[in-house]
Design a protein around this ligand. Structure first.
Ligand SMILES: [Zn+2]
Length: 108
């Protein structure tokens, strides 16, 4: 059984570790649990033909395509590289996600 809880969450900065966007980073705009994929801002752009709709003109628009979730890792700004995160319980009972390497908190 695979956990439905992903190792990354919406709004956090991740780095791509495989594929054509390797070593680029960006913010997660959306998680697609059914596809095990994420949409990362500005990455994996694809051109799409869009039909005119209402007062929006048609044409070619660039849009982010999904990236498989196993190809992204949380990005630690302090280590300046993709890292594993671990969860640390705070005194108030909340859990904080921190970089397993340097302890820097990885929050949105
Ligand atoms: Zn770190």
């Amino acid at each position: 059984m695979q956990s439905t809880k992903s190792h990354v969450s919406k709004g956090e900065t991740v780095m791509v570790i495989a594929g054509k966007e390797k070593s680029k980073s960006g913010k997660i705009l959306q998680i697609l649990p059914k596809k095990n994929s994420v949409i990362v801002e500005g990455l994996n752009m694809v051109k799409r033909h869009v039909k005119a709709r209402g007062n929006e003109p048609g044409g070619i628009k660039e849009k982010e395509a999904s990236i498989h979730i196993s190809n992204v890792m949380p990005f630690c700004s302090k280590c300046a590289k993709p890292v594993r995160v671990r969860r640390k319980a705070l005194e108030n009972g909340e859990k904080q996600r921190i970089c397993a390497k340097c302890g820097n908190s990885i929050e949105k």
